[in-house]
Design a protein around this ligand. Structure first.
Ligand code: ADP
Ligand code: MG
Length: 387
């Protein structure tokens, strides 16, 4: 079917997005800026992407009528999250171009398949075992403890994970997860975390953004830092090569992110793959020639890949729902946006979510600087303004 759709798809035509979250919203903005129209499939009437889409098809991700409407309208369709039923992508692919394809998403949405696949490309992963039932926990080697039990499917932002110090704790955690398929992986001594956002076109051409250094709090990304001067350090090159091996192994078409751990002994370990733009790539919206969302539009439409060069150094700060709660009293309040916008170099992005909840991603700020030191000092002013 790839062949039957004339490429590139020109501005003015429709592109499809499965998923109505913030990643879908930022995709809509980028597509509309290039003159495309976007149809979003999402069941939620209040979804951040549905609110800005040219057409919001309010239906479940596996609803045959919704899927048909999307495919009839859009020559090319992409996704903003990995939990789209792979079957839905198959169905859409009989009518439209679907990027990334069902095959890639099916692997990445299941941690067991994902880990085995990454290993098969020669890229190292954390020592792990697939857990399908309690007996599997009895059999895992002792050196997986202390470890992390992760549900194989549907986890995000540290949800569906439990730190387990002992085999007994792993048994309890598995029971608490309702016995779903999991991976048990060793808790590794991390020196740092980094990620690579890249795009791969149908002809195999690939581009990479400078890797971001990521800091997590409570399993949720808090800060990503990109030093424009450090784009070619050895570990970043190693990470980009690993990401390329993974993308080629998947015959991936689209924007993709690989999260990595850097261990205290300097080794690079792949953690997980996102078959879409990634929170750690939000910095590209203001600090790169072509943002990761414009990149996703280009690759979906079969247009030339965009320039991933950095324009400046940048610190990206996530805004979680927590900042809507006064630290002292715990009472709800509106964050001080005036103070944020008063910081030179600060670019505020809010996702239009109606309800602020603790741990919920509500927006982010890209803080730009000519040097990393400049971006970092402005970022600390933004952090103070949000505190
Ligand atoms: P999610 O899908 O929620 O992003 P991850 O597997 O990426 O799940 O885990 C979230 C975070 O938890 C990671 O970014 C890292 O900080 C920490 N983490 C996950 N696995 C390990 C591990 N094996 N060793 C040490 N830290 C880990
Ligand atoms: Mg992660």
């Amino acid at each position: 079917n790839e062949a039957s759709i004339p490429l590139p798809i020109p501005p003015g035509d429709w592109l499809g997005m499965i998923g109505g979250g913030q990643l879908g919203r930022m995709y809509c903005h980028a597509a509309q800026s290039l003159g495309y129209k976007v149809a979003v499939l999402d069941p939620d009437a209040q979804s951040p992407a549905g609110a800005v889409a040219d057409l919001h098809i309010r239906a479940a991700y596996d609803d045959p009528v919704g899927l048909r409407q999307l495919a009839e309208r859009c020559k090319a369709i992409t996704t903003e999250f990995e939990n789209v039923p792979a079957q839905s992508l198959e169905t859409l692919a009989s009518v439209s171009l679907v990027r990334p394809g069902a095959h890639s998403v099916a692997i990445v949405q299941d941690r067991i398949r994902e880990k085995a696949f990454i290993e098969s490309t020669g890229v190292p992963v954390a020592p792990y075992a697939a857990i399908h039932a309690q007996q599997d926990i009895d059999a895992v080697p002792e050196d997986l403890f202390p470890g992390i039990l992760k549900a194989a499917r549907l986890g995000y932002d540290g949800k569906g994970q439990a730190r387990v110090n002992t085999r007994e704790e792993a048994r309890q955690a598995l029971q608490a997860f309702g016995g779903v398929a999991c991976v048990l992986e060793a808790l590794l001594p991390l020196a740092s975390e980094l990620s690579v956002v890249m795009a791969r076109a149908a002809d195999g051409q690939a581009v990479f953004y400078p890797s971001a250094r990521n800091e997590h709090r409570d399993g949720i990304l808090a800060v990503s830092i990109v030093d424009a001067q450090l784009a070619d350090q050895a570990i970043a090159i190693q990470a980009a090569n690993a990401a390329l091996a993974i993308a080629e192994g998947l015959r991936y078409v689209g924007v993709m992110c690989v999260e990595f751990f850097v261990l205290q002994d300097g080794r690079l370990i792949a953690n997980e793959i996102a078959p879409r733009p990634h929170n750690s790539g939000h910095y590209t919206m203001n600090a790169s020639v072509c943002s990761q969302f414009e990149q996703q539009v280009r690759v979906t439409a079969g247009m030339p890949l965009g320039d991933t060069a950095s324009l400046c150094s940048v610190v990206m700060l996530n805004i979680l729902g927590d900042v809507w709660f006064d630290r002292a009293s715990g009472l709800k309040r509106e964050p001080d946006w005036t103070a944020v916008l008063a910081v030179p170099g600060a670019k505020l992005h809010l996702y239009g979510k109606s309800e602020a909840r603790r741990g919920r991603k509500m927006g982010h700020v890209n803080v730009l600087g000519a040097t990393l030191a400049e971006a970092e000092s402005a970022a600390s002013r933004v952090a103070l303004a949000l505190d």
